[in-house]
Design a protein around this ligand. Structure first.
Ligand SMILES: Cc1cc2nc3c(=O)[nH]c(=O)nc-3n(C[C@H](O)[C@H](O)[C@H](O)COP(=O)(O)O)c2cc1C
Length: 199
Protein backbone atom coordinates (compact mmCIF):
# COMPACT_ATOMS: atom_id res chain seq x y z
CA UNK A 1 0.00 0.00 0.00
CA UNK A 2 1.22 3.47 -0.83
CA UNK A 3 1.61 6.04 1.94
CA UNK A 4 -1.34 7.98 0.50
CA UNK A 5 -3.60 4.91 0.65
CA UNK A 6 -2.54 4.09 4.23
CA UNK A 7 -3.37 7.67 5.30
CA UNK A 8 -6.75 7.41 3.56
CA UNK A 9 -7.51 4.09 5.32
CA UNK A 10 -6.62 5.57 8.74
CA UNK A 11 -8.81 8.58 7.93
CA UNK A 12 -11.76 6.23 7.37
CA UNK A 13 -11.07 4.07 10.45
CA UNK A 14 -10.69 6.82 13.07
CA UNK A 15 -14.26 8.15 12.75
CA UNK A 16 -15.62 4.56 12.90
CA UNK A 17 -13.72 3.79 16.13
CA UNK A 18 -14.69 7.12 17.72
CA UNK A 19 -18.37 6.66 16.79
CA UNK A 20 -18.41 3.09 18.15
CA UNK A 21 -16.90 4.14 21.49
CA UNK A 22 -19.24 7.10 21.82
CA UNK A 23 -22.24 4.88 21.08
CA UNK A 24 -21.47 2.44 23.93
CA UNK A 25 -23.77 3.61 26.77
CA UNK A 26 -21.80 1.79 29.49
CA UNK A 27 -18.19 1.57 28.42
CA UNK A 28 -16.66 -1.18 30.50
CA UNK A 29 -13.16 -2.43 30.93
CA UNK A 30 -12.25 -5.71 32.61
CA UNK A 31 -10.77 -3.81 35.55
CA UNK A 32 -13.95 -2.06 36.61
CA UNK A 33 -16.36 -5.02 36.45
CA UNK A 34 -17.23 -7.13 39.47
CA UNK A 35 -19.42 -10.25 39.21
CA UNK A 36 -20.82 -11.36 42.57
CA UNK A 37 -22.88 -14.54 42.61
CA UNK A 38 -24.54 -17.04 44.89
CA UNK A 39 -24.85 -20.62 43.68
CA UNK A 40 -25.63 -23.90 45.43
CA UNK A 41 -25.79 -26.38 42.56
CA UNK A 42 -23.66 -24.56 39.97
CA UNK A 43 -26.22 -23.12 37.54
CA UNK A 44 -25.92 -19.46 38.54
CA UNK A 45 -22.16 -19.94 38.75
CA UNK A 46 -22.14 -21.17 35.14
CA UNK A 47 -23.95 -18.00 34.00
CA UNK A 48 -21.54 -15.90 36.10
CA UNK A 49 -18.62 -17.56 34.28
CA UNK A 50 -20.20 -16.81 30.89
CA UNK A 51 -20.48 -13.13 31.92
CA UNK A 52 -16.88 -13.24 33.11
CA UNK A 53 -15.75 -14.57 29.75
CA UNK A 54 -17.55 -11.78 27.92
CA UNK A 55 -16.55 -8.88 30.19
CA UNK A 56 -13.27 -10.01 31.75
CA UNK A 57 -14.61 -8.93 35.16
CA UNK A 58 -13.62 -10.31 38.57
CA UNK A 59 -15.70 -13.25 39.83
CA UNK A 60 -16.60 -13.45 43.52
CA UNK A 61 -18.69 -16.27 45.01
CA UNK A 62 -20.80 -15.41 48.05
CA UNK A 63 -20.11 -17.74 50.96
CA UNK A 64 -21.62 -17.78 54.43
CA UNK A 65 -19.86 -18.03 57.81
CA UNK A 66 -22.35 -20.81 58.65
CA UNK A 67 -23.14 -22.67 55.42
CA UNK A 68 -26.70 -23.81 54.71
CA UNK A 69 -27.63 -27.46 55.23
CA UNK A 70 -26.92 -29.82 52.33
CA UNK A 71 -30.39 -31.35 52.66
CA UNK A 72 -32.90 -29.70 50.31
CA UNK A 73 -35.93 -29.74 52.66
CA UNK A 74 -33.79 -28.32 55.46
CA UNK A 75 -32.47 -25.42 53.38
CA UNK A 76 -35.95 -24.62 52.06
CA UNK A 77 -37.28 -24.46 55.64
CA UNK A 78 -34.34 -22.34 56.86
CA UNK A 79 -34.60 -19.87 53.94
CA UNK A 80 -38.37 -19.56 54.46
CA UNK A 81 -37.75 -18.65 58.14
CA UNK A 82 -35.03 -16.16 57.19
CA UNK A 83 -37.20 -14.54 54.51
CA UNK A 84 -40.07 -14.25 56.98
CA UNK A 85 -38.03 -12.65 59.76
CA UNK A 86 -35.69 -10.60 57.56
CA UNK A 87 -32.67 -12.40 59.05
CA UNK A 88 -29.44 -11.56 57.22
CA UNK A 89 -26.85 -14.36 57.48
CA UNK A 90 -23.22 -13.32 58.04
CA UNK A 91 -20.98 -13.51 55.00
CA UNK A 92 -17.60 -15.22 54.98
CA UNK A 93 -16.84 -13.46 51.68
CA UNK A 94 -15.32 -10.04 52.02
CA UNK A 95 -14.44 -7.56 49.26
CA UNK A 96 -12.05 -4.90 50.44
CA UNK A 97 -11.81 -2.80 47.28
CA UNK A 98 -15.45 -2.46 46.20
CA UNK A 99 -14.88 1.22 45.34
CA UNK A 100 -12.59 0.10 42.49
CA UNK A 101 -15.59 -1.24 40.55
CA UNK A 102 -18.26 0.79 38.81
CA UNK A 103 -20.20 -2.03 37.17
CA UNK A 104 -21.43 -4.81 39.44
CA UNK A 105 -23.23 -7.90 38.16
CA UNK A 106 -25.30 -9.58 40.91
CA UNK A 107 -26.37 -13.18 40.32
CA UNK A 108 -28.52 -15.47 42.43
CA UNK A 109 -31.00 -18.31 42.12
CA UNK A 110 -34.65 -17.66 43.01
CA UNK A 111 -35.20 -18.91 46.55
CA UNK A 112 -38.77 -18.87 47.87
CA UNK A 113 -39.66 -16.60 44.93
CA UNK A 114 -37.31 -13.93 46.31
CA UNK A 115 -33.71 -12.78 46.37
CA UNK A 116 -31.84 -15.25 48.64
CA UNK A 117 -30.85 -14.00 52.12
CA UNK A 118 -27.07 -14.06 51.40
CA UNK A 119 -27.53 -11.60 48.52
CA UNK A 120 -29.65 -9.42 50.82
CA UNK A 121 -26.73 -9.57 53.30
CA UNK A 122 -24.36 -8.50 50.54
CA UNK A 123 -26.52 -5.50 49.66
CA UNK A 124 -26.81 -4.54 53.34
CA UNK A 125 -23.02 -4.75 53.77
CA UNK A 126 -21.73 -2.96 50.69
CA UNK A 127 -22.69 0.50 49.49
CA UNK A 128 -23.14 0.29 45.72
CA UNK A 129 -24.65 3.74 45.27
CA UNK A 130 -23.47 5.47 42.12
CA UNK A 131 -22.61 2.13 40.51
CA UNK A 132 -24.27 0.37 37.60
CA UNK A 133 -25.82 -2.87 38.85
CA UNK A 134 -26.84 -5.66 36.48
CA UNK A 135 -28.84 -8.58 37.95
CA UNK A 136 -28.93 -12.15 36.70
CA UNK A 137 -30.81 -15.21 37.90
CA UNK A 138 -31.47 -18.90 37.45
CA UNK A 139 -34.61 -20.57 38.76
CA UNK A 140 -36.48 -23.84 38.91
CA UNK A 141 -39.08 -22.81 36.35
CA UNK A 142 -41.12 -20.33 38.35
CA UNK A 143 -39.18 -17.29 37.23
CA UNK A 144 -37.32 -14.54 38.96
CA UNK A 145 -40.08 -13.79 41.50
CA UNK A 146 -39.33 -10.52 43.28
CA UNK A 147 -35.52 -10.96 43.03
CA UNK A 148 -34.81 -8.10 40.64
CA UNK A 149 -37.23 -5.77 42.45
CA UNK A 150 -35.57 -6.78 45.75
CA UNK A 151 -32.23 -5.67 44.28
CA UNK A 152 -33.68 -2.33 43.13
CA UNK A 153 -35.22 -1.74 46.54
CA UNK A 154 -32.06 -2.62 48.48
CA UNK A 155 -29.66 -0.80 46.20
CA UNK A 156 -30.49 2.84 46.71
CA UNK A 157 -28.69 5.22 44.40
CA UNK A 158 -27.69 2.42 42.00
CA UNK A 159 -28.48 2.38 38.35
CA UNK A 160 -30.06 -1.06 37.92
CA UNK A 161 -30.07 -2.26 34.30
CA UNK A 162 -32.21 -4.96 32.63
CA UNK A 163 -31.56 -8.32 34.24
CA UNK A 164 -31.11 -11.78 32.72
CA UNK A 165 -33.06 -14.79 33.94
CA UNK A 166 -33.05 -18.39 32.74
CA UNK A 167 -34.36 -21.71 33.97
CA UNK A 168 -31.71 -23.69 35.81
CA UNK A 169 -32.09 -26.81 37.95
CA UNK A 170 -35.05 -28.22 39.86
CA UNK A 171 -33.47 -29.54 43.01
CA UNK A 172 -36.93 -30.41 44.35
CA UNK A 173 -37.18 -33.01 41.55
CA UNK A 174 -33.55 -34.12 41.79
CA UNK A 175 -32.44 -32.03 38.78
CA UNK A 176 -29.29 -30.20 39.82
CA UNK A 177 -26.72 -28.87 37.31
CA UNK A 178 -28.15 -28.35 33.81
CA UNK A 179 -25.76 -25.85 32.17
CA UNK A 180 -24.09 -28.39 29.90
CA UNK A 181 -24.41 -29.68 26.30
CA UNK A 182 -27.05 -27.92 24.17
CA UNK A 183 -28.41 -26.00 27.16
CA UNK A 184 -25.01 -24.45 27.84
CA UNK A 185 -24.64 -23.42 24.18
CA UNK A 186 -28.13 -21.90 24.15
CA UNK A 187 -27.67 -19.98 27.42
CA UNK A 188 -24.25 -18.74 26.33
CA UNK A 189 -25.78 -17.19 23.22
CA UNK A 190 -28.67 -15.69 25.26
CA UNK A 191 -26.14 -14.16 27.66
CA UNK A 192 -24.17 -12.76 24.72
CA UNK A 193 -27.30 -11.16 23.17
CA UNK A 194 -28.37 -9.72 26.54
CA UNK A 195 -24.94 -8.18 27.16
CA UNK A 196 -24.87 -6.70 23.67
CA UNK A 197 -28.22 -5.08 24.45
CA UNK A 198 -27.55 -3.70 27.92
CA UNK A 199 -23.90 -2.68 27.91
C1 LIG B 1 -33.88 -23.08 49.08
C2 LIG B 1 -34.31 -23.10 47.65
C3 LIG B 1 -35.47 -22.44 47.26
C4 LIG B 1 -35.86 -22.41 45.93
N1 LIG B 1 -36.99 -21.72 45.60
C5 LIG B 1 -37.34 -21.62 44.29
C6 LIG B 1 -38.46 -20.84 43.90
O1 LIG B 1 -39.14 -20.21 44.72
N2 LIG B 1 -38.78 -20.77 42.59
C7 LIG B 1 -38.04 -21.42 41.62
O2 LIG B 1 -38.35 -21.33 40.44
N3 LIG B 1 -36.95 -22.18 41.97
C8 LIG B 1 -36.60 -22.28 43.26
N4 LIG B 1 -35.48 -23.01 43.61
C9 LIG B 1 -34.69 -23.66 42.53
C10 LIG B 1 -33.46 -22.83 42.13
O3 LIG B 1 -33.79 -21.48 41.90
C11 LIG B 1 -32.84 -23.39 40.85
O4 LIG B 1 -32.57 -24.75 41.01
C12 LIG B 1 -31.54 -22.66 40.48
O5 LIG B 1 -31.18 -22.93 39.14
C13 LIG B 1 -30.40 -23.07 41.40
O6 LIG B 1 -29.27 -22.29 41.10
P1 LIG B 1 -27.80 -22.78 41.54
O7 LIG B 1 -27.53 -24.04 40.78
O8 LIG B 1 -26.93 -21.67 41.12
O9 LIG B 1 -27.81 -22.99 43.01
C14 LIG B 1 -35.09 -23.09 44.94
C15 LIG B 1 -33.93 -23.78 45.33
C16 LIG B 1 -33.54 -23.80 46.67
C17 LIG B 1 -32.29 -24.53 47.07
Amino acid sequence: MTQKRIMAAIGVMIPIVVTTLAAAPHPITAGNVLIVYLSRTGNTEAVARMIQKETGGRLVALELKNPYPKNYQAIVAQVARENETGYLPSLKTSIDDISAYDTVFLGAPTWGMQLPPPMKSFLATYNLSGKTVIPFNTNGGYGVGSSFDDIKERCKGCKVLEGFSVQGGRERDGILFVMKGDKEVEVRSQVHAWLQRVL
